[in-house]
Design a protein around this ligand. Structure first.
Ligand SMILES: [Fe+2]
Ligand SMILES: [Fe+2]
Length: 146
């Protein structure tokens, strides 16, 4: 463990890619913001454990709000796969809550790798599968999420 309490996470940074664009203004804006908040966790790791905890809490709060916005959009659109999509949101939040509890108990250095893996799943896998499927449904019908 580092003696100055900083956490050594290497050069973790998850880069935004335009492959993740859904061509929906609110959605894409939220997803980009999630990248910003996630990368802030890595910067906070250079400063100290308290900063990491705060940065994770910020990302978690924003992500919950984003998921609710998306779920309302799916309801309004009558999207048929909305239950499975909502379930994936809830599963991701559950996993994050477990990691946050462990982070509080053991410190960021114990959960760093798992946190990185989980965030990559959030920000890439989920967007490229569930969110893209919802976007495709809307685009096919010429609908927009208000
Ligand atoms: Fe989603
Ligand atoms: Fe999303």
């Amino acid at each position: 463990m580092a003696s100055d309490e900083s956490v050594s996470w290497g050069n973790h940074k998850i880069e935004w890619s335009n492959d993740l664009l859904l061509h929906m203004e609110q959605e894409d804006g939220d997803h980009r913001e999630m990248f910003v908040l996630m990368n802030r966790i890595f910067s906070a790791a250079q400063i100290g454990a308290d900063m990491v905890t705060q940065a994770v809490a910020d990302l978690c709060l924003f992500t919950r709000e984003h998921f609710l916005r998306e779920q309302h959009g799916m309801e309004r659109a009558g999207y048929p796969d909305r239950e499975a999509h909502r379930y994936d949101h809830e599963y991701l939040i559950f996993q994050l809550d477990v990691l946050i509890d462990r982070l509080m108990l053991s410190g960021p250095e114990c959960v760093a790798e798992e946190l990185v893996d989980l965030l990559k799943r959030w920000l890439c896998d989920h967007i490229l599968t569930y969110d893209q499927a919802f976007a495709a449904y809307l685009h096919e019908r010429g609908q927009k999420v208000a």
